[in-house]
Design a protein around this ligand. Structure first.
Ligand code: COA
Length: 258
């Protein structure tokens, strides 16, 4: 079904592995086609409760957009390329189900942008992050200039963007770009442990957490207003009745996502 991805679904966790290890999992057109198909699955398949995105092999998460596809693009084509990449990453950011990036090595350029579009990130201790586009006479085009500022602050982002510098996993942790740094062999286990907890929570409430937190960065939305509406929405759900009743009855809630 996929030319460039490996996927698996286990206990509600859908793992998407970008699988071009000989090209350090660089994002070519086919990866974007496959990613969008996988995202269709994430949005529609009720068996999927949460998602992990990672890279194949031990060296790279994703070493960027595929530079070999960059030559001879017209102005319109290059802008369309950036827009299509941004749209794919918006689908990840706005996914109704939690998406975690397991960064297992280089996350450069489009790879760093992909990781940043996920809801949070876990890195292996060999991970390296950077936006090296200025080395190519370019800038990030898949949301990197925006999300890097959101995640690590303007000063640090400016330095990384302008210098094409790379930071290691320890610095990424210190900057708040990743939530945890673990040994490579523990990377998926760590993500699965966190998602297994999240998957026991009320799914619609989890979706509303994503929507409300994302509203902070959406100039077309008032985040506090979004939160009020999401709060009200949750009150109308069967899961809210179940959650509050279970608490009062001193038992574990059994959520059904309604
Ligand atoms: N696009 C296309 N191909 C890429 C790629 C990219 N972004 N990143 C790596 N590759 C390919 C290399 O061309 C090489 O292919 P080949 O074996 O057919 O020649 C293969 O992946 C292995 O990469 P290589 O450069 O030999 O590995 P390395 O260990 O010497 O260096 C990096 C690793 C990540 C430092 C280096 O590959 C790199 O700088 N990549 C580009 C990063 C970048 O600028 N990304 C932003 C793009 S907008």
């Amino acid at each position: 079904m996929y030319q460039t991805l490996l996927t698996s679904l286990e206990n509600g966790i859908f793992t998407i592995t970008i699988n071009r290890p000989d090209k350090l999992n660089a994002l070519n057109k086919q990866v974007f086609i496959d990613l969008n198909t996988a995202l269709d699955e994430v949005y529609t398949n009720k068996e999927i409760k949460s998602v992990i995105i990672t890279g194949s092999g031990t060296k790279a998460f994703v070493a960027g957009a595929d530079i070999s596809e960059f030559s001879s693009l017209t102005l319109e084509q290059s802008m369309a390329l950036a827009k299509a990449g941004q749209d794919t990453f918006f689908r990840i950011e706005n996914s109704p189900k939690p998406v975690v990036a397991c960064v297992n090595g280089f996350a450069l350029g489009g790879g760093c942008e992909l990781a940043m579009s996920c809801h949070f990130r876990i890195a292996s201790d060999n991970a390296k992050f950077g936006q090296p586009e200025v080395n190519l006479g370019l800038i990030p085009g898949y949301g990197g200039t925006q999300r890097l500022v959101q995640l690590i602050g303007k000063g640090r982002a400016m330095e990384l963007l302008m210098s094409a510098g790379m930071i290691d996993a320890a610095a990424a942790l210190q900057y708040g770009l990743v939530n945890y740094v673990v040994a490579q062999e523990d990377l998926l286990t760590k993500a699965i442990a966190i998602l297994t907890v999240i998957n026991t929570k009320a799914p619609l409430a989890v979706t509303k957490c994503i929507e409300s937190a994302n509203a902070v960065f959406d100039e077309n939305k008032n985040g506090f207003d979004t939160e009020v509406k999401a709060f009200g929405f949750c009150f109308e759900t069967e899961d809210m009745k179940e959650g509050t009743t279970a608490f009062l009855e001193k038992r574990k809630a059994n959520f059904i996502g309604k």
